[in-house]
Design a protein around this ligand. Sequence first.
Ligand SMILES: *Cc1c(COP(=O)(O)O)cnc(C)c1O
Ligand SMILES: [Zn+2]
Length: 425
Amino acid sequence: MDHITKLKCLICSREYVPEDIRYVCPEHENEGIVDVHYDYDLINNRISRESLEENRDYSIWRYKPLLPVFADAEVPPLAIGWTPLYDAPRLAGKLGLQQLWVKDDGRLPTASFKDRASAVAVVKARESGAEIITTASTGNAAAALSGICASVGQANVIFVPVSAPEAKIAQLLVYNSTVMLVKGSYDDAFELCLEAAAEYGWYNRNTGYNPYMTEGKKTAAYEICEQLNWDAPDVVLVSVGDGCIIGGLHKGFKDLMALGWIDRMPRLIGVQAEGSNFMYEAWKNDEDILTKAPVSGITVADSISAGLPRDRIKALAAVTETDGAYVVVSDDEILAAISLLARGVGVFAEPAGAAAYAGLIRAVADGLVTSRERIVVLNTGNGLKDIKSSMTAVRMAGSIPHHIEASLTALKQCIETSQISAGTC
Ligand SMILES: *Cc1c(COP(=O)(O)O)cnc(C)c1O
Ligand SMILES: [Zn+2]
């Protein structure tokens, strides 16, 4: 892995080589998140914007020379990455914006952004020779690890809070993971998983602990820029729980700046739920994120429920170093955004995915973005992950089905009394 120069602790700046440590800086135990550093001159010899134009591998592995894996590493067969970046002119018009895109990561194999990281985890685990991979998760990171493990026949143990949406638990069981439903919060499941991994020697995929998860997640930034012909957007909005995705996006854009492939850094806007607003508070009040007490973490958007965001150092830097911002949105705004996004661009998001769009509405209202800016909203999860919330969302939007007998007469009567024209049925 000659393209990796060092791993650097984000707390004490101590430097390591990948052979020294598996996950965190030993000086700081579980908190000692490290950042992976690369030799960009070397990488620029191995991959270029021109070579990518010829590359027909439309997955995250098209960027393999920029990922922390061996050049000849075998990768899982599932199609991960290169999700569509949809132009959203109707939504843009409604918000008074000139250019808005929605990138839909709900399209990934297990239906969330987490596939990008779990794919790298499975390659790293196999490289280390581990027999079992483990993770704690609010649901999606687990489903992603579970599905990608299934694709290569890799054993895994998953820790999720018992409150995780049923669809996500179903994914884990269908893929035949060993599933621990923890009586407690995600934070409780996380602590238990760390202990278990240490006790049994399992490969640990945990977010904000395993440094390579950021590296998988950064591929979304590469794709956004490549899809826009290397003309980077001005602003990217994404929802934030643990902060690994926003940190990953930041890393991806930083890589592209270092390679000289883009000429400006997008501003990153992190969107949090009111009940899970640790990063927002810390950023707004300039608090010390290493000593700040956890928040409740309660929100309808289960995927961004994180009382103590595990990747908070990277998540804060992503916003402060790009002149971005954090915004908070209420659960009602998140639920309303599910219908708005679906109707405005055809993308059906789970609450945490729709939260990014709710955040854009808020950012426009607060003057955090201007009408001329080119903006990307990232949908991180598919709406089918959480049907209960989407049914609440449509009730709020006043959408109800018509119950009719199976006859044309009944249909005609329904159409007349409800004054709908056949075209809008
Ligand atoms: C995990 C997740 C997020 C938040 O990512 P973090 O890295 O925890 O900030 C947002 N949306 C969805 C759908 C997710 O699964
Ligand atoms: Zn350290």
